[in-house]
Design a protein around this ligand. Structure first.
Ligand code: PMP
Length: 751
């Protein structure tokens, strides 16, 4: 059946060659995506791919010919045209006849490795020849465009072989985290591979098939060639380095290109494997083999990118600084820093760079950061970094001088708050902000004591530790001080109350605790509550809870403090601030973490009445709080949240994540609960859904296994069994889908 279709197409091709060019003879089909057939002295190319642009191909070919490169000449048809419209296989197509070049395809030569120096040099010459090339169609993309390799990521779901699937995940994750924007760009061949380069007597005798040409980073082209070089029998990274060295001798690679090369090589292998897997799943007629590309991918995917980079660079004679000895660094840290500072993960990471949602370790491996809600708008966001550097160059003083930026910043922050919250005080951390909130609450209420929610953490200063059951009831904690009163965590999954009125039921507990305190002669200055409990186990507050709890507190003469350090600045998706999800207006709002995207800042937003009550004659001053550099950073963070629509993104991405996690919950019995708002989510793991016995060890294993696969998560909660998700808000849908697939695999493996 297939053979007869092929022979029918071959006779159609023979008829076209005869009719338009007067060529006769028996054609043979050549490999490739287009329909190319070989006659004795010529090659007939029939463009059938939707991306085909024969006009662009001919223009590139002519430029290469002018530079003396061995390309085929396009032969005019009997009526003088080079591009002939034809009907082929019932579709309108374009036919061209090219001269046949001498030589053997690189992949068919006896020793493909022997040709690597010639191949590398030829590719550099192609790039040199095309350096000034311009064409109106040159800026295009297609399925094999390495810059767009992410388009194939969804196909990983149809890959049946688990280890190949994992290799593909990692290769495309590596690609997502790599950046070619600073690499030199120009016109690319697009497919400088085994079949498209001919060799004769060890020299390149033909450069074929410009069907995939497009504009891009030169390093993409090099990566494609290296990906093929690594698929040949016995090919090693050293062979790849020979090829790259030959290229580098003609056009030296930049540092950015060296860094991008290896991820792109793997991405090309992954593209071929994904396309093959998808075509096989679709039963497509142009199915390609998965074999050689998947073997090469599996062989090289575990090579740490930095090892590859160093090896390739050493062999290219490109000099690099010595690598960092991570073990020695750990030892030095132990000698200089106290042991109470912990390190995350079984094998601690040595992170040297950050960008967007990614962190990069010293071995070159990128990690998708799903933990860091501080670098809210993405690690090292260029707009924020620029604002910081520009202001640091000009002036950094304190708030005892007039400065427009801090006033503007206060205006912008208070504009996001409900009416009445119109005054800002600036400090340098969440702890300082809560410390100040305590003083403000005491000054405005005239009382001394506070209410906090069980398992809460509010900061590292003496008073904040005293207000943090997470600490004072945890390891090494000294218990609850007499001026602090703990109300139960309104945890709907695990707590005492449930049902429709659960919010009100938990709020009654607030009333009860206030009553008990008052029976001991103590009065409440304020109620500190996060708008979604973070260290307490990623617990969303039940509807009605805050409203009713605030009423009890205010009736007792206290003020209500919303600690938005973890969840503020649009993270919850449906609102800028977590308390807005509950329709309440606090008296004091505490901001930290994401406020400066990593620059140390904190702020307290209050009503005018509270500001006035605090004004007892003593000056308030924070040396660094609200300084011009911090104000510039704060403004820049707000710019990015607005310009990139990050609050709305948090809603969309959070829903995708949450839906995916609920789907996983259907197949993994250990997922007891999935909860959260926007990009602040928790997965509670249990040994048994009935008893809800916490699965803390499993949670830690899952987090470490995900780290090994390039995804950073963490655990928390009173029972240490909640996996937390609170990433920089710039992550992509593909990152989420990858995380869900990897979690599925890891949970299955640990079941
Ligand atoms: N409040 C909450 C809810 C927090 O999570 C934290 C820090 N984890 C703080 C306050 C204290 O912030 P910082 O570490 O910046 O002092």
């Amino acid at each position: 059946m297939v053979a007869s279709i092929q022979s029918d197409l071959l006779s159609q091709a023979a008829a076209i060659a005869g009719e338009h060019w007067g060529v006769d003879g028996t054609p043979t089909r050549l490999p490739g995506e287009n329909f190319n057939v070989l006659f004795d002295a010529a090659v007939l190319k029939i463009s059938v791919e939707p991306q085909a642009d024969p006009e662009l191909e001919d223009a590139v070919t002519a430029t290469l010919a002018d530079a003396g490169l061995p390309v085929a000449e396009t032969l005019p048809s009997t009526n003088g045209s080079t591009l002939v419209p034809v009907t082929f296989d019932n579709y309108p197509s374009t036919a061209r006849l090219l001269t046949r070049l001498p030589g053997t395809p690189w992949g068919d030569t006896d020793d493909p490795n022997a040709a690597l120096p010639a191949i590398g040099a030829a590719l550099a010459k192609v790039h040199g020849a095309l350096a000034m090339f311009e064409h109106p169609h040159a800026d295009r993309t297609h399925a094999w465009d390495l810059a767009e390799a992410q388009q194939h990521r969804a196909a990983i779901a149809v890959v049946k072989d688990g280890s190949l699937g994992q290799a593909l995940e990692y290769a495309l994750h590596l690609h997502a985290a790599s950046d070619v924007s600073d690499c030199p760009h120009g016109m690319l061949h697009g497919d400088f591979n085994d079949e498209n380069v001919l060799l004769e007597d060890g020299a390149v005798s033909g450069v074929l098939d410009l069907g995939d040409c497009l504009c891009g980073a030169y390093v993409q082209d090099i990566a494609i060639t290296v990906a093929y070089a690594l698929q040949h029998a016995n090919a090693s990274l050293a062979d790849a380095a020979t090829l790259i060295g030959a290229y580098d001798a003609i056009r030296p690679l930049t540092a950015d290109e060296q860094q991008a090369l290896f991820p792109l090589v793997l991405a090309r292998m992954a593209t071929s494997a994904c396309v093959a897997a998808q075509r096989a799943a679709d039963g497509a007629s142009n199915a390609t083999s998965l074999q050689s590309t998947s073997t090469a991918l599996l062989a090289h995917v575990d090579t740490a990118p930095r090892d590859a980079e160093l090896l390739l660079c050493a062999l290219c004679c490109v000099h690099r600084g010595p690598g960092v000895d991570t073990a020695a660094l750990r030892e030095a840290r132990q000698a200089q820093l106290p042991a109470v500072l912990s390190l995350s993960y079984q094998s601690p990471l040595h992170i040297v760079r950050g960008r967007g949602q990614f962190l990069y370790a010293s071995d070159g491996r990128p990690y998708l950061d799903l933990v860091n809600n501080v670098c809210h708008v993405g690690h090292c966001h260029p707009h924020v970094v620029r604002a910081l550097a520009t202001q640091a160059q000009r002036l950094n003083t304190n708030t005892r001088y007039l400065h427009a930026a801090v006033v503007e910043y206060a205006r912008r922050l208070t504009d996001t708050m409900p009416d009445g919250l119109d005054t800002c005080m600036f400090v340098n951390s969440g702890s300082e902000a809560n410390e100040l909130a305590l003083r403000l609450a005491q000054a405005s209420s005239g009382a001394n004591d506070v209410l906090v929610i069980d398992h809460a953490y509010h900061g590292s200063t003496a008073n904040c530790i005293a207000m943090s059951p997470y600490k004072f009831n945890g390891h090494g904690g000294g218990g609850c001080p007499d001026w602090v009163h703990v109300v139960p965590s309104p945890d709907v999954y695990r707590g005492e109350h449930s049902g429709e009125d659960v919010g009100a039921a938990y709020a009654t507990e607030v009333g009860r605790v206030i009553g008990e305190a008052s029976s001991h002669g103590r009065s409440i200055a304020g109620f500190f509550a996060e708008s979604l409990l973070s260290c307490g186990g990623q617990v969303p507050l039940p509807a009605g809870y805050l409203e009713s709890a605030y009423a009890y507190v205010r009736a007792a003469g206290g003020v209500c403090i919303a600690d938005e350090v973890q969840v503020g600045f649009g993270r919850v998706g449906h609102a800028m601030w977590g308390f807005q999800l509950h329709g309440v207006v606090p008296d004091i709002v505490v901001l930290g973490k994401p406020i400066g995207n990593g620059h140390p800042m904190g702020a307290v937003i209050i009503t005018r009445a509270i500001a006035e009550a605090f004004d007892g004659g003593m000056e308030f001053f924070s040396t660094f709080g609200g300084n011009p550099v911090s104000a510039a950073v704060g403004n820049a963070v707000l710019d990015v949240i607005e310009d990139e629509g990050l609050q709305a993104r948090a809603r969309v991405l959070g829903e995708r994540f949450c839906n995916g996690l609920h789907t996983l919950q259907n197949t993994h019995a250990c997922i007891g609960d999935v909860r959260g708002n926007g990009l602040f989510l928790g997965i509670e793991l249990v040994e048994d859904r009935g008893t809800k016995e916490p699965a803390a060890a499993l949670a830690s294993q899952v987090v470490n296994a995900m780290c090994d696969r390039g995804v950073l998560l963490s655990t928390d909660g009173p029972l240490h069994n909640v996996i937390k998700i609170k990433p920089p808000m710039v992550l992509s849908e593909a990152d989420i889908d990858m995380t869900l697939r990897l979690l599925d695999g890891v949970l299955s493996a640990h079941a």
